[in-house]
Design a protein. Structure first.
Length: 217
């Protein structure tokens, strides 16, 4: 299976955002949007005005990753902007996770469930068949430029094995410290969507960096 690459615009040049989105349209598979509230994670990122600006230029799917305490509050507005994929943290939802997944789906989006590195991967298993995709954080959510956590590889492999056992083909997305040094191992473990920020936007040629991630050796 060929990897799909979802560059995170958190690392883009916000002074030339339209230019960067057009570059992604031509070279990437998905546009990853990191929404932070300063509460679930310490940092703030951007909100709906930026998503609206991205939506005006985007010709490929938008994937909104909500690092917020009340993700259920933002489902309708996210769908209204044309976002195709919306994920939220299991830690932020807990008992309401199943209802939020169902609401995201009801609004016409793909529903994703996310866990940080300190949450057992087994906590995702009850949601197989209820989530359209799963996002394994390979760093702690909320900060760019962190070092990849190696323990993420066996976590991805365990989730992939559980999905296969259930006959479920939900994609596994990975976010954090992703680059050409680990892309092949992530693919081999079972990941099919790689989120990349610095390794794309800080590259001399971002389009070439995306191609190298998509076809790692």
């Amino acid at each position: 299976m060929q990897l799909r690459i979802a560059p995170s615009i958190l690392s883009a040049d916000f002074g030339n955002l339209a230019r960067d989105i057009r570059m992604l349209n031509a070279s990437a598979d998905i546009i990853h949007l990191d929404i932070m509230d300063g509460s679930f994670v310490p940092n703030l990122s951007f909100g709906f005005p930026v998503i609206e600006s991205v939506a005006k230029e985007a010709a490929i799917p938008m994937d909104a990753h909500f690092m917020v305490v009340h993700p259920e509050r933002w489902v309708e507005r996210t769908a209204a902007l044309g976002v195709q994929m919306m994920s939220f943290h299991l830690e932020a939802a807990r008992n309401e996770a199943e209802d939020i997944l169902a609401d995201i789906r009801a609004k016409g989006m793909k529903a994703g469930l996310v866990i940080n590195p300190d949450i057992p991967v087994e906590d995702l298993y009850p949601f197989i068949g209820k989530a359209d995709y799963f996002l394994i954080m390979s760093v702690f959510a909320g900060f760019g430029g962190q070092k990849f956590i190696e323990d993420s590889i066996p976590r991805i492999a365990a989730l992939k094995a559980e999905l296969d056992k259930a006959g479920n083909d939900a994609p596994i997305e990975v976010d954090g410290g992703v680059g050409t040094a680990n892309a092949a191992r992530l693919r081999d473990a079972g990941a099919s969507i790689l989120v990349a920020g610095s390794s794309v936007f800080k590259a001399e040629n971002p389009a070439e960096a995306i191609s190298a991630l998509r076809n790692p050796r």
